[in-house]
Design a protein around this ligand. Structure first.
Ligand code: PLP
Length: 405
């Protein structure tokens, strides 16, 4: 059957993935919504001025987040970089044109040390220097907090361009406290909330706390094009991000970006190509993200959560017959995304180690990806978000075949 009517991946001879790991970028993020694909195909049929389309996207983002303004970036990471560039350069066209060179302007981003991730490369890439505060004593079991609010406060100086914060259900100190401290010193707060949707209410939750810029991934649960992200926040910062991102080969008299997006009076002249130019977003991605975000906001979230929970339970039940696996269902509370099946492998009795099992599954065709964050505790996870019911059964079968081999 497959040979008679091969799909794109079969024609390319590239193995497909059955995704029980959730919305992971390296295996394709999420499956883009049909409506968004249709929008992309339609958008591909005409030319359009990208700044006009960005302005339209910005209106929608502003609507759904409650932020003053919004912008589409090629992913949440790119949003962090553009957002940082905006915090450093502000309206200064001269600084924009030389980033990541930040000589003579405030360029420090203060962050709790425990919020540092590989994604902060994007912040540093804009020219910022990260000043991290806090300790790792928490892991010693001393009862110490990762970071105290006063540590953030004391790290803010005249060299500070922004405070950086990664939003997760477990991150501390509380975001509203960090906003309060930063604003007392007139410093903007940039929040990475890339994967914190759903719940849909998170679109506006952090904006309501007063954050100055926030990023969400468009390629995770929003199910837009994989290479999109949402940047939302203060109008002046979004304008700065926009003109550091848009294609800027324009003669002064011919520079007339949409007024909703760029107030040209704020700037000394036409900026040169900014630091964002290598991170372009095409008309197809813009149209796809707009449609996906509309659909995401209309989605019946409770029905979706019920579906995820049922699928997680289905997988847990399927594995219950194994005497070398133990399962429980975690997460899925108000601030986290989907419930996951946490599977513990009895390595003494299974025919493989947990890491061996996870790796074996990835070598199959199709590749089976499960969540691998808990290998050191002999655990792996099954995330229901990116599976059909049939695929969920398939994953269970492959796991059972592997541990009983
Ligand atoms: C996924 C993720 C990112 C990157 O998002 P992209 O849209 O893939 O660029 C950044 N930060 C966190 C915390 C993430 O989970």
């Amino acid at each position: 059957m497959a040979e008679e009517n091969p799909d794109i991946y079969e024609r390319l001879d590239v193995p497909k993935v059955v995704n029980a790991a959730g919305t992971k970028t390296r295996i394709g993020g999420s499956l883009i919504r049909e409506e968004a694909v249709e929008a992309m195909v339609e958008a591909a049929g005409s030319f359009v001025r990208l700044s006009d389309l960005q302005a339209r996207a910005g209106e929608l983002i502003s609507d759904v987040t409650g932020a003053e303004a919004g912008y589409v970036t090629p992913g949440a990471s790119a949003g962090l970089m553009l957002g940082t560039a905006a915090c450093i350069a502000g309206d200064d066209v001269e600084v924009m044109s030389r980033l990541p060179d930040t000589e003579g302007v405030p360029d420090e981003v203060v962050m709790p040390r425990t919020h540092r991730t590989g994604y902060d490369h994007a912040i540093r890439g804009a020219g910022a220097e990260i000043v991290d505060v806090g300790t790792n004593d928490y892991h010693l079991g001393t009862g110490a907090e990762n970071v105290e609010p006063w540590e953030i406060e004391r790290a803010i100086s005249e060299d500070t361009a922004a405070v950086g914060y990664v939003q997760k259900p477990y991150t501390s100190p509380p975001l509203d406290r960090v906003v309060e401290i930063s604003h007392a010193h007139d410093v903007p707060v940039i929040v990475d909330a890339a994967a914190e949707l759903p719940p849909t209410e998170n679109l506006s939750r952090f904006v309501e706390m007063g954050v100055d810029l926030i990023v969400f991934s468009g390629g995770k649960a929003v199910r837009g094009p994989q290479t999109t992200g949402v940047l939302a926040g203060r109008q002046d910062l979004i304008q700065s991000a926009a003109i550091q991102h848009l294609d800027m080969h324009a003669a002064g008299p011919a520079w007339s970006p949409p007024a909703e997006l760029v107030d040209t009076d704020r700037f000394d002249g036409v900026p040169r190509q900014g630091i964002g130019r290598p991170m372009k977003v095409g008309k197809e991605e813009l149209a796809g993200l707009i449609r996906a975000l509309e659909c995401f906001c209309e989605e019946d979230e409770e029905a979706l959560c019920r579906e995820w929970r049922a699928r997680a339970e289905q997988m847990a039940d399927g594995l219950a017959g194994s005497d070398v696996l133990e399962t429980s269902i975690s997460g899925g509370d108000k601030t986290a995304v989907a419930p996951e099946v946490v599977v513990t492998v009895d390595e003494e009795r299974a025919s493989t180690t947990t890491a061996g099992l996870v790796d074996d599954l990835r070598q199959e065709n199709p590749r089976v990806f499960v969540g691998a964050d808990g290998l050191h505790e002999c655990k792996f996870t099954l995330n229901p978000m990116c599976l059909t019911d049939d695929e969920a059964n398939y994953v269970v079968d492959r796991i059972l075949a592997s541990v009983n081999a």
